[in-house]
Design a protein around this ligand. Structure first.
Ligand code: ADP
Ligand code: MG
Ligand code: MG
Length: 905
């Protein structure tokens, strides 16, 4: 370990890293090095590696590894040499920033300290050198403020409040109107706040007479700041963010120590953030905001009104022109839309950061398609660049255009999509409500990284403050959640958990239902009907390219003609799973109850006749909607008692009637029903009389369903249509089950098609959803035309997990303690995937023509689709809304294998 290089220099004519080193230097450090290599103006500095951060954590207690302090000193000396200034110098002091930066961008999650190196002596030197007293004191107060918050863990509000009070006392509106003396006074105030509020026992090295004295020793400042950045890797918001984004906890953050440039030196200085294209809709235009006479986070913090980057050339022509040139250079170099941070010091532009920019799904599609047109990237790359999970963002609901509603408030359309839910006022409340299965909209003045868990839990985010680059907006867009920001009419009273809406005389209380539309920025009291958007334009282009590249088929799971039609519009090549149980619910429940409990053969036959009639209608609808495409119909699967009255309700009904004076005689039929239902109850229905066991036990039930399927298909054929049903038997574990049922099924098909005088072939296959079936797939395949892996049940039975219970019971602990890497019901587990793989291999060994698919919810999970592609399944089937995503994921899996795509992260 000792020989490993821990520090890499950049800028000033000597750069050791580059953009491919993000796992060593973090994204920020790697890209600073890259920009320096490209000859762009980057203030020099050095990067301490991510691995060093993990070395720090691996010590017990966490500590700098041996030799690091010396390496830092050596690199500071090199930096001082490059800059011709010295840290803490009393004539020309070097100031630095100490910046976090991990391999994957975690915006605003970790900490940064600016203007480090100031103390009572160097601030005087800075005044003398710059001739700008206000600038020097402003920098010093900023340093104390950030250092105290980040390193000394002081409450940031202490300092903000002192500034607000100062502005009130002086009767001014903006920070920029405060004078040099005001800033000087703030420095004194801030130091006093540090002494009063930072506990001396936590920083014994800074304590004098029992109070913390703001450190004057610049190397002590530097070491403390570097350590604080290491520590920020593990603060709560950073950990939450990593969990959400599935970023490894062991990567660590790099620390960038960089010479300061100053945007707060007056009106020819400034700072800003930008994107090389519009990050919201993808338009090819420069996008972003800037402020003059400002530093660091002033732009994003929203303390002053920013100006759009299109106005920069009017204000500072030289720097503006240079920035636009840099934009073009970056796009050509990275071949993608870049996100940048810059500072202008007395008219000269300095680049402080760049990375591949985050964007909305809509923008991602447009940019990818445009860049193919521009010849910048290939179609394969375009397909690889779209995050399948982000397609979901576009598959999000929108307000129904025909709905009528009153607008309660208007804000900025910060993140697209619409949502409906109960208003909650804190992240914790959002989390708690979501855990109970309630849908909520999180309403905040403005969010900050501590609100992250609530944002994850909410359907949508609403803020009364902040713009399109505010925290809420950026994070919501990243998560693909609808957000309306800066709805200023909402006056929030956090304590009372309510908000008054100015001009409307409305008070929103916790639990009130509201609807928000992040595409238009509208807030509505009550529920607005939502509709799904269509798949056209750029999405259609990307999906059409995807279809060319993929080899895995995509079908939809659909039980109704409407869902089937929807799946077809979204590009499904058939239905992989058509469940029939819902066809037995609602008013039909009585019919099936008659069948299950009916005592005479006559009653039961009458029930079957009725069911045949309605089921035939159902299949006519679905087969017509999918004309020409395969429809895999699963015969009845769930435990029968699901179709019976609830014994608990029945008992209550009987007791009530008894109390109401009903006689034993009157109650006899209900009592008997209760006894019958009780007799059918099972200790573990998921492992009980269900699936093909129903077909073996009640052959007439499956016969009826097969007859309905065949009749519907024959009927349509007579009309000249092309129905393609496939019959699927669920929950098979031994070959004999399928063999027995197959014979009965085929007998019915032959009988019905002869009656109808239509020639029809209906393939018969089975679900593989029990470990025994996967293991004995070679035997089962001898009597199956196809397999469809039911990975939901296969996961349940492989693990012995009850899906309905574990998510609320122990799964969260398993994830937290990393016993499982993720929820196996969302992303296919390795072990379950092995069963699938074994099932495929063995199935093909005895029946090479067998068709293999997957119909669990995993079929709509991008990572699982990659796994299924690897296993060699013919198709995946998922919910209609996930069909586009599965088409894309299947293409990416195929492209990744031929290694034509680029880094997709
Ligand atoms: P984050 O990762 O949260 O964006 P950064 O490390 O990028 O944090 O720092 C935030 C801001 O601080 C930058 O956008 C820039 O405005 C300012 N900053 C950082 N380093 C310097 C520097 N060397 N000179 C001037 N400003 C800096
Ligand atoms: Mg930054
Ligand atoms: Mg099942």
């Amino acid at each position: 370990m000792a020989d490993t290089k821990r520090i890499y220099a950049f800028g000033g004519g000597q750069t050791e890293g580059g953009k491919d080193m993000k796992f060593v230097l973090g994204g920020k450090g790697a890209n600073l090095a890259e920009m320096a290599n490209m000859g762009l103006p980057v203030p020099p500095g050095f990067t301490i590696t991510c691995q060093t951060c993990m070395e720090y954590y691996n010590a017990e207690p966490p500590a700098f590894p041996e030799g690091l302090a010396e390496e830092i000193s050596a690199n500071v000396a090199v930096l001082e040499e490059k800059m011709g200034k010295k840290l803490g110098d009393d004539s020309d002091p070097l100031l630095v920033s100490v910046r976090s930066g991990a391999a994957f961008s975690m915006p605003g999650m970790m900490d940064t300290v600016l203007n480090l190196g100031l103390n009572e002596k160097s601030v005087q030197a800075l005044i003398a050198k710059s001739g700008n007293e206000r600038f020097a004191w402003d920098s010093y107060r900023r340093f104390i403020q950030m250092f105290s918050k980040v390193v000394l863990d002081a409450d940031g509000d202490l300092f903000e409040n002192a500034i607000v009070k100062m502005k009130q006392d002086r009767g001014v509106e903006n920070d920029t109107e405060l004078t040099a003396d005001d800033m000087k006074e703030l420095v004194a105030d801030f130091k006093r706040l540090v002494a009063e509020h930072v506990p001396a026992e936590e920083f014994p090295q800074l304590a004098v007479d029992g109070a913390v004295v703001f450190p004057q020793d610049v190397s002590q400042q530097l070491h403390l700041a570097i350590e604080a950045v290491f520590r920020s890797w593990n603060n709560r918001r950073a950990r939450d963010y990593r969990r959400m984004e599935k970023i490894d906890d062991d990567l660590g953050t790099a620390v960038n120590v960089q010479a300061m440039v100053f945007g707060n030196m007056g009106e020819t200085s400034g700072t800003g953030v930008g994107f090389t294209r519009n990050a919201a809709d993808g338009t090819r235009e420069y996008y972003g905001d800037f402020l003059t006479n400002a530093q660091g986070e002033d732009v994003v913090a929203g303390i002053r009104k920013t100006r759009p980057i299109s106005e920069l050339p009017d204000v500072l022509p030289e720097a503006g022109k240079e920035l636009y040139r840099v934009f073009e250079v970056l796009e050509q170099a990275y071949r993608d839309m870049c996100d940048i941070e810059f500072t202008i010091q007395e008219g000269k532009l300095w680049m402080l950061q760049t990375r591949i920019g985050k964007r909305t799904a809509r923008a991602a599609l447009k940019i990818a398609v445009d860049m193919v047109d521009e010849g910048l990237i290939t179609r394969e790359e375009a397909v690889m660049r779209i995050n399948p999970a982000h397609l979901d963002q576009l598959m999000h609901p929108q307000f129904d255009t025909t709905a009528t509603y009153d607008v309660l408030a208007k804000g900025l359309n910060a993140s697209p999509g619409a949502a409906v839910g109960e208003v909650v006022f804190s992240a914790d409340d959002a989390e708690a409500a979501a855990a109970e299965g309630r849908k909520v909209i999180l309403l905040r003045w403005e969010t900050n990284p501590d609100d992250l868990h609530g944002m994850v839990a909410a359907q949508g985010i609403l803020t009364s403050h902040g713009g399109k680059t505010s925290h809420a907006a950026v994070i919501a867009r990243g998560m693909g959640k609808p957000a309306v920001c800066g709805a200023e009419a909402l006056k929030i009273d956090m304590k009372a958990k309510q908000a008054t809406v100015s001009g409307k005389g409305v008070v929103l209380k916790e639990g009130d239902i509201i609807s928000i539309d992040g595409t238009s920025g509208i807030v509505v009291l009550g529920e607005v009907a939502l509709v799904q958007p269509d798949v056209s334009g750029d999405m259609d282009t990307i999906l059409a390219w995807s279809d060319e590249f993929r080899t895995t088929g995509v079908r939809a799971n659909a039980d109704t003609p409407d869902d089937a039609a929807l799946g077809r519009t979204f590009g499904a090549a058939g239905i992989g799973l058509c469940r029939t149980e819902h066809m037995f619910l609602g008013e039909r429940k009585d019919i099936i109850q008659d069948f299950i409990l009916g005592e005479s053969a006559e009653v039961r036959q009458r029930a079957l006749d009725k069911l045949l009639e309605v089921q035939t209608e159902d299949f006519l609808g679905i087969f017509s909607a999918m004309d020409g495409l395969p429809v895999t119909v699963r015969l009845l699967d769930p435990p029968l008692h699901e179709f019976l009255d609830s014994p608990r309700d029945l008992e209550v009904e009987i007791v009530r009637a008894e109390c109401g004076g009903a006689s034993a005689e009157q109650l006899a039929p209900r009592r008997k029903l209760l006894a019958q239902i009780d007799a059918m109850s099972e200790a573990n229905p998921m492992l009980g009389l269900r699936g093909c066991r129903l077909g073996i036990t009640y052959p007439e039930l499956y016969a009826l369903q097969v007859e309905a399927i065949t009749r519907a298909a024959c009927e349509l054929k007579k009309q000249g249509k092309d129905p393609r049903p496939e019959i699927m038997v669920p929950l098979v574990s031994v070959k004999a089950e399928l063999a027995t049922l197959r014979e009965e099924i085929e007998t019915v098909i032959v009988r019905v098609s002869q009656e109808c005088e239509v020639d029809i072939i209906i393939p018969v296959g089975t679900m593989i959803e029990l470990p025994r079936a996967a293991v004995c797939a070679d035997e089962i395949a001898e009597v199956a035309d196809f397999f469809s892996f039911g990975t939901n049940d296969l996961t349940q039975t492989a693990f012995g997990f009850s899906r309905d219970d574990i998510e609320s019971k122990f799964l969260p602990k398993y994830l937290e303690r990393k016993v499982l890497p993720r929820n196996p019901f969302e992303t296919i587990d390795d072990g379950v995937a092995k069963l699938v793989s074994m099932g495929c291999e063995r199935g093909r060994s005895t029946n090479p023509k067998i068709k293999l698919g997957v119909c669990g919810e995993h079929g709509g999970d991008p990572e699982s689709v990659h796994t299924f592609y690897g296993i060699g399944l013919d198709y995946v089937s998922c919910s209609p809304y996930r069909v586009p995503l599965a088409r894309l994921a299947a293409a990416q899996a195929a492209l990744a294998e031929t290694a034509q795509g680029s880094d997709n992260r």
